[in-house]
Design a protein around this ligand. Structure first.
Ligand SMILES: N[C@@H](CCC(=O)N[C@@H](CS)C(=O)NCC(=O)O)C(=O)O
Length: 217
C-alpha cells in the first residue's frame, strides 16, 4: 500500500451526492493500493453549518465537498478535487493516461453529472428535500423530463454487457451516477423507469468494493 503523508482535509457530508462522488474516488484509490491519507471532517448541512462563516471562508458558495491542502488552499468543486488527486498522485490513478481515452472518460463523467446527477438532486430537493427546501411538483416534473435522454444514452451504452459505465472497470462516471442514485434512494425515489441495464449496473456498483465501503443506502 502506498501512503501519502501530506496532510489534506476533506470537508464532507454522508449521502450528499457531490461529497459521495469524491469519497467513492478516495475509496477506490485505496482499494487499488493507494492511500491518499485524507482526514474527513463532516459539516452538518441539516443544521445549516455549510452556510456559516467558518465554512464560507473555505468556500464562498457554501457547498460541499471542499478539499483543504497543507498550504490552506481550498478546492471546492468535486471534479477539480478528483483531478488534483489524479495529477498529484498519478501512481495507480483512475483516469486513462492517453488523451483520447481520458477525454472520453471525463466526457462521460460530465454527462452523468450535468445531465443526470444535477437533475436527480433537483428532483430530491423538489420532492422531499433533506435540507428542508419547499416541495415543488413542477420543478420535480421538469427534472424528471430533462433526465430522460441521458438515461437512455447510458442504457444503450450498457447493451454491450460491459460491467460499468466506461467498460469493465469502475470509472469517475460510475461514482457520479451512484452518488445520485443513493440520494434518490435516501428519499425512496427512483427515476430509472424501465431500464434493466441501468438497474443491474446499480446492483453491481452497490456490491462493488468502493460501493460497499462508501454508500449508506
Ligand atoms: N458543482 C459542485 C456542487 C456542490 C454542491 O452543490 N454540493 C451540495 C451537496 S451535494 C451542497 O453543498 N448543497 C448545499 C447548498 O447548495 O446549499 C461540486 O461538484 O462540488
Amino acid at each position: 500500500m502506498i501512503m501519502v503523508l501530506i496532510k489534506m482535509i476533506l470537508y464532507t457530508v454522508p449521502i450528499a451526492p457531490d461529497p459521495t462522488k469524491v469519497m467513492l474516488y478516495i475509496a477506490e484509490r485505496q482499494i487499488r493500493g493507494f492511500n491518499l491519507g485524507i482526514k474527513e471532517i463532516v459539516v452538518n448541512t441539516v443544521k445549516g453549518k455549510h452556510k456559516e462563516a467558518e465554512h464560507l471562508t473555505r468556500n464562498p458558495f457554501g457547498t460541499l465537498p471542499v478539499l483543504e491542502l497543507e498550504d490552506e488552499t481550498f478546492i471546492f468543486e468535486s471534479l477539480s478535487i478528483i483531478q488534483y488527486f489524479e495529477e498529484c498522485f498519478p501512481e495507480k490513478a483512475l483516469l486513462p493516461k492517453k488523451a483520447k481515452e481520458r477525454a472520453k472518460a471525463l466526457e462521460l463523467e460530465r454527462i452523468t453529472d450535468l445531465r443526470i446527477l444535477n437533475e436527480m438532486a433537483r428532483y430530491v430537493h423538489a420532492t422531499k428535500s433533506p435540507l428542508g427546501f419547499p416541495n415543488n411538483p413542477e420543478k420535480a416534473s421538469e427534472a424528471k423530463t430533462r433526465i430522460q435522454p441521458a438515461l437512455d444514452y447510458l442504457e444503450c451504452s450498457l447493451m454491450d454487457e460491459r460491467d460499468f459505465l466506461m467498460g469493465d472497470a469502475v470509472s469517475l462516471a460510475d461514482f457520479t451516477l451512484a452518488s445520485g442514485c443513493q440520494f434518490l434512494r435516501f428519499i425512496k425515489a427512483d427515476l430509472f423507469g424501465n431500464r434493466p441495464k441501468l438497474r443491474s449496473w446499480d446492483e453491481r456498483f452497490r456490491n462493488s468494493k468502493s460501493g460497499r465501503l462508501v454508500l449508506k443506502c
